[in-house]
Design a protein around this ligand. Structure first.
Ligand SMILES: Cc1ncc(COP(=O)(O)O)c(C=O)c1O
Length: 423
């Protein structure tokens, strides 16, 4: 059956405006509170605290800025204030999730630290606590761990927390993709010592951009707020005692966030329906959806993903920027499926390429649950005993069009196109 491309593109995950955002943006303009102070900022912070259950939220220009300040707070607490021109993590190593967007880990580098990547587990596609324990055996001096919740599915936080407590390490929780998801009854965004959410345009709710640092520590929140507004001291003139940043959220962006927060649950419900429809529609194929443990967590279902069973993979080879595959009856691979989806004007995406496979981080440490994997560059090779879980999920997995404005009819066509790939 020939399938015609969609007239309007079906996106991976695009912003969904409701109109209520305009009221708060208009009000900011009419009252002339358009800078980095104003009621929208206060209210957006209050609403997120209420939703997530945290004591303090600091509204910032992006999730990346929030991660940077979270890392700086942890770095100062662990290693003291650095000299001007030096990072708080100078000469220090930090453990971090391996399958994530690079914004999770780049701020470690901003602060002069070196990231050691921890391999992924198959049950939630997040940091493997067993690999983390192994990593502490290899690097016993490390005191900081940055954990992301991939695609809105919470990682195994109790196990990760237990390992970190045992080794006296702090946790930074990157909940950029998982706002509204919960783990054992608690929202992501309060599970680390310093936590981060994002309002980037592709996230579950958006400010068009923006992010927040969330913490129980009022002094830390105060510090971050000061750092984010150029570290001005309390004087009539510009007085500075420490390094500052221009990271505060504007009252206009905060107006968009304020208008979106009431729709968080609605967006999650729509995304959950999308996940369930894919799961049902693809159940006869040799694939699995991105997994989660129903007893432990309720994801926000930000992105629906799938992974092709090992024995149903056709040959696929990826270079640094291109990919090749050989079509085979009854088999398929992410590259073939993504091409087929693109051909009908829908947007999928490969799984986030693991950080240890990225050229920028290829020399960094990488620890698997067997304690192997450091400095490996022999990626992309199918093997019988696959020790590198991140590489395997990247090789066999993909993100499906997950936009909450996609209709069930459009989704059924995408499901049909995926079936055709396996014919
Ligand atoms: C896991 C993760 N961390 C951090 C970020 C960075 O957030 P922002 O784009 O708001 O800087 C993103 C997405 O953009 C992300 O997906």
């Amino acid at each position: 059956m020939e399938i015609k491309p969609f007239e309007n593109k079906v996106w991976l995950s695009s912003p969904t405006m409701h109109g209520s955002e305009k009221k708060w943006v208009d009000e900011a303009i009419q009252t002339n509170w358009v800078s980095t102070v104003g009621e929208n900022i206060n209210e957006a912070e209050r609403l997120i605290c209420k939703k997530v259950g945290c004591k303090n939220a600091v509204a910032l220009s992006s999730g990346t800025a929030a991660l940077h300040l979270a890392i700086k707070l942890a770095g100062e607490r662990l290693y003291g204030k650095p000299y001007v021109g030096h990072g708080t993590l100078e000469g220090q190593r930090v453990f971090a999730s391996d399958i994530t967007f690079d914004a999770t880990v780049n701020p470690i580098g901003y602060e002069g630290g070196e990231t050691v990547f921890i391999d992924t587990e198959y049950e939630t596609w997040n940091m493997d606590p067993i690999a983390l324990e192994k990593a502490f055996e290899i690097y016993p001096d490390i005191r900081l761990v940055v954990v992301a919740h991939l695609y809105g599915t919470p990682g195994k936080m109790d196990e990760i927390r237990a390992v970190c407590d045992k080794h006296h390490a702090l946790i930074i929780e990157d909940a950029a993709e998982s706002l509204g998801a919960s783990y054992r009854g608690r929202q992501t965004g309060i599970l680390g010592d310093y936590n981060v959410v994002s309002f980037n345009g592709n996230k579950i709710i958006t400010g068009s951009s923006g992010g927040m640092l969330l913490t129980e520590d009022g002094e830390a929140a105060k510090k971050a707020r000061k750092w984010s507004t150029q570290s001005r001291e309390n004087a009539a003139w510009y007085q500075h005692e420490e390094m500052g940043y221009n990271y505060r959220m504007s009252n206009i962006i905060a107006g968009v966030v304020r208008g979106q927060v009431p729709y968080l649950e609605e967006h999650i419900a729509q995304k959950k329906e999308i996940y369930k429809r894919y799961k049902e529609g693809l159940k006869d194929l040799p694939i699995k959806m991105n997994p989660y443990n129903e007893e432990d967590s309720e994801p926000n279902f930000w992105l629906s993903c799938m992974i092709v069973d090992k024995n149903a993979m056709c040959k696929q080879v990826r270079g640094e920027q291109d990919a090749l595959y050989f079509s085979e009856p009854g088999k398929s691979c992410p590259t073939e499926i993504l091409e087929a989806i693109a051909a009908i004007n829908a947007e999928g995406r490969p799984i986030w390429k693991p950080m240890h496979m990225q050229p920028i981080y290829r020399m960094n440490g990488f620890i698997t649950r067997n304690g192997t994997g450091r400095g490996r560059s022999d990626a992309y090779i199918d093997r019988d005993i696959m020790d590198d879980v991140g590489m395997d999920i990247f090789h066999r997995g993909l993100c499906l069009p997950s936009d909450n404005k996609m209709t069930p009819e459009q989704q059924d066509i995408i499901i049909e196109v995926i079936h055709q790939c396996f014919n």
